[in-house]
Design a protein around this ligand. Sequence first.
Ligand SMILES: [Zn+2]
Ligand SMILES: [Zn+2]
Length: 104
Amino acid sequence: MRPQHTKAVKEDFTCAHCGAQVKGNGRTNHCPVCLWSRHMDEVPGDRASTCQGMMKPVGVWVQHGEITRVEHECEKCKFRRYGPVMPEDDRELLIKISVADIRK
Ligand SMILES: [Zn+2]
Ligand SMILES: [Zn+2]
């Protein structure tokens, strides 16, 4: 048995928001279907947060016309962070978020 460490692990999870089965790839921490995440980490990958709140996608980061990052806000503690957009993420939903985000 090896001690658990903070390295990014490929873990599959079931989305607590929409119920989709998500295949972990070691980098994503959000659901590609609804883009919701969960407040599990203090530092990405460490799983040290005790909050466990659901994190809503509230904004996106656009670079050179491409959406490269999605911003999540925790519904419980209002903690915000950016996560990388994955190729499998729902593009239409990302665009919707970017439109809703415009008055920020
Ligand atoms: Zn989902
Ligand atoms: Zn939280």
